[in-house]
Design a protein around this ligand. Structure first.
Ligand code: NAP
Length: 258
């Protein structure tokens, strides 16, 4: 049995993806969240079992997914008391890494920090697994397989989880900004707004798929679009002039300073 503590945006994406994959059925997922009305509505839509108490949900499960807000976790752990003892805990809360949990959990709890991102909602997420963990080997492999149903699973050493999360967790917002900006440009020259979003998002999806599938260096793919004295190289020069690459680097610097 798998339980969720918290059933917000991220937990819903994970639960829906897990069930859709067929690797686990809805009857084997139990979830708790304080707003019971909202929880029951989500249970009906996604197919998991709603729980009236956090402790009950945890006690009934072997693997617990901690998916409430980071600032709520300390209180949740205190309220749970010994209910977590002997269980596997997978936490997706930003900042709650192995070292932080090791300070507060009972030694009988096996645990793993995972950093997901919002594209997991459509099965295209990136799931960063902290290398340092205390799960059993087979149990971890099974959990990785389950998370693999909503995106790419990538293991990272503890000291790279911060930068990994900055790029993959915050990155979707930066790409959304780019989608909006290029759609504005399309609208400026006459394309209707809805069509503009569709064209731009597909262009970005396609460019990413081409890079992933060919494994080509992005510079080579860029060169293939730029003919001598052509239009694309004029656009590339304009982006370089506006400091596009530097803006991308600085966005991550800003995240890392927080
Ligand atoms: N969204 C992202 O892009 C993203 C990316 C990486 C990691 N994460 C992590 O995922 C976690 C959840 O984020 P989210 O975006 O899904 O947030 P969210 O939509 O606000 O969901 C938070 C959930 O926690 C529940 N909750 C509140 N108090 C609780 C308590 N005392 N015990 C149990 N559950 C409680 C809420 O229930 P009610 O609605 O009933 O109050 C809600 O279901 C966070 O720790 C975040 O760091 C999110």
């Amino acid at each position: 049995m798998l339980s969720f503590v918290g059933m917000g945006n991220m937990a819903q994406a994970l639960a829906a993806g897990f069930i859709a994959s067929g690797k686990i059925t809805g009857e084997k997922i139990i979830a708790y969240a304080p707003n019971q009305e909202k929880l029951k509505k989500n249970a009906g839509r996604i197919g998991f079992t709603p729980a009236g108490s956090c402790r009950d949900a945890v006690l009934k499960s072997d693997v617990v997914i901690m998916a409430c807000k980071p600032y709520q976790i300390m209180q949740v752990l205190e309220d749970l008391g010994d209910a977590l003892n002997g269980k596997a805990l997978v936490s997706v809360a930003a900042g709650w890494d192995f070292a932080k949990y090791a300070e507060v959990l009972d030694p009988s709890v096996r645990f793993q920090f995972v950093m997901p991102n919002t594209p997991a909602m459509v099965g295209e997420g990136v799931l960063l697994f902290e290398e340092k963990n205390s799960l059993e080997k087979a149990e971890r492999a099974e959990i990785m397989e389950l998370f693999g149903t909503v995106g790419l699973v990538q293991e990272l050493p503890s000291h790279l989880m911060g930068i990994g999360g900055a790029v993959t967790g915050c990155g979707p917002a930066f790409v959304d900004l780019m989608i909006e900006a290029y759609a504005d440009a399309a609208v400026k020259y006459g394309i209707p707004r809805e069509t503009a979003y569709k064209l731009v998002s597909r262009m970005i999806l396609g460019s990413a798929a081409l890079q992933l599938q060919t494994g080509e260096h992005p510079g080579i793919l860029k060169d293939k679009v730029c003919s001598p004295a052509g239009t694309t190289i004029a656009g590339v020069a304009a982006l370089e002039g506006a400091g596009f690459r530097n803006a991308c680097l600085q966005s991550i610097d800003a995240v890392m300073k927080r």
